[in-house]
Design a protein around this ligand. Structure first.
Ligand SMILES: [Zn+2]
Ligand SMILES: [Zn+2]
Length: 399
């Protein structure tokens, strides 16, 4: 082999499709290291991996991303703890969508330099010899070694692959998940943040596409929570579990409806608390939207009278709107009596569910009162909703 040949196509002299296969393999392994190991296992403790698998992921993260487990997990935990506030390391609401999409890496670097943040949120991370002597202090050696490996295998094209590999996580995770995952897409759950599912099929970025589901149940190892949703990361976990290399610790429970429950009981209350974001979304779809349509039809109005943004804000109390928009929404609601009533019921139900300080007996009483009043409201959809939630119960997921 001449030097020119080596520089052009490396030691392997591989055809293009081989190189493409290599590229897909290494980038997907990096995505899986981030979603399965850093995110679901290290940051959220939803799944444990066999020490060999866990170490492979640590090694691969070091080799291909220069990210330090402890820092990544701490920054991510803070994202959940302070979501959509100025203290959230990467909230599009607080930092601007383009800033997070285009400069997500800068925000990440800023956060990792905050030693206090890292110390406060990094409990339970690996702290062994190799972490202290290689993975943490020599984090940039990994990508340097990767560059050498790529160049040796594929020559100049290997260097190009390396460049794209280095951009992969900044674009896919820092930009797309952190930015668009709080900005654009659909919401199954009315969570206390702006998180969204980018697509129902989480195939390209390891299942991280289902970010709204994840915010609803952060410690669930499984992100796909509807029949039509796919989480490729979960499929990988199931595969590893089948051969004894993974142990699932937590999976989101589902809601079931018991028939003939006359008054809400402690099971109902428990289900409503755990599945509160699901309940809020159901309330929006099954009560607020039908009442809104009815009110508009009665007044001869078309849907255009209320923008999509304002309509969606009826799911909560318009908490993500600015002052002017919120006032506009409140005035709009105040002129429509049935809508105003169901919005008031929405707030009362949310208060009953969220009232963590009072004892469970008082909360159960408040829930029973809410159901009685809802069923006497003469608003049919509200009566039906109350009848539905009375019988709600949790079905623990089988891991
Ligand atoms: Zn998020
Ligand atoms: Zn998370």
């Amino acid at each position: 082999m001449s030097l020119i040949d080596f520089l052009a196509a490396g030691w392997t002299q591989s055809p293009a499709w081989w190189v493409a296969g290599y590229f897909l393999l290494v980038t997907q392994l990096t995505i899986f290291s981030v979603t399965l190991f850093l995110h679901r296992s290290a940051a959220h403790r939803a799944v444990d991996f066999h020490p060999l698998v866990a170490h492979f992921f640590r090694f691969w993260t070091w080799l291909t991303t220069a990210m330090v487990t402890r820092e990544w997990a701490a920054i991510h935990r803070k994202h959940h703890a302070k979501v959509e506030t100025i203290e959230d390391p990467h909230s599009p609401l607080a930092h601007g969508i383009w800033n997070v999409v285009l400069h997500g890496v800068v925000l990440y670097q800023e956060a990792r330099r905050d030693r206090e943040l890292v110390a406060q949120y990094s409990a339970g991370m690996h702290d062994d010899w190799i972490e202290r002597n290689l993975y943490t202090p020599r984090n940039t050696w990994g990508p340097s070694l990767m560059l050498f490996i790529n160049f040796f295998l594929f020559g100049a094209i290997g260097v190009a692959i390396w460049a794209v590999q280095m951009l992969w996580i900044p674009i896919m995770a820092a930009g797309i998940v952190n930015g668009l995952g709080h900005w654009w897409g659909y919401r199954n759950f009315e969570t206390d943040d702006c998180s969204t599912n980018l697509t129902p099929w989480g195939l390209v970025i390891g299942g991280e596409e289902l970010h709204n589901n994840h915010h609803a149940f952060p410690s669930s190892a499984k992100f796909a929570l509807r029949r039509y949703e796919v989480d490729i990361g979960w499929l990988a976990i199931r595969g590893l579990q089948a051969i004894g290399l993974a142990k699932v610790l937590r999976v989101a429970p589902t809601l079931a409806l018991r028939p003939n429950i006359a008054l809400p009981d402690t099971d109902t209350l428990k289900a409503l608390v755990v599945a509160r974001y699901d309940v809020s979304k159901r309330y929006f779809r099954q009560v607020i939207m039908p009442v809104l349509r009815e009110e508009m039809a009665r007044a001869g109005e078309t849907r255009e009278r209320l923008s999509r943004r304002l309509r969606n804000a009826l799911a909560n109390d318009g908490r993500w709107l600015d002052g002017d928009m919120r006032q506009r929404l409140n005035e709009w609601v105040a002129h429509r009596p049935s809508l105003a009533t169901v919005c008031a019921f929405r707030d009362q139900l949310q208060a009953v569910i969220a009232r963590t300080a009072s004892n469970s007996e008082a909360r159960l009483q408040a829930l029973q009162d809410w159901c009685r009043e809802a069923e006497a409201s003469r608003i049919r959809v509200l009566e039906n909703f109350s009848a539905q939630i009375r019988g709600m119960m949790l079905v623990p997921a089988r891991a």
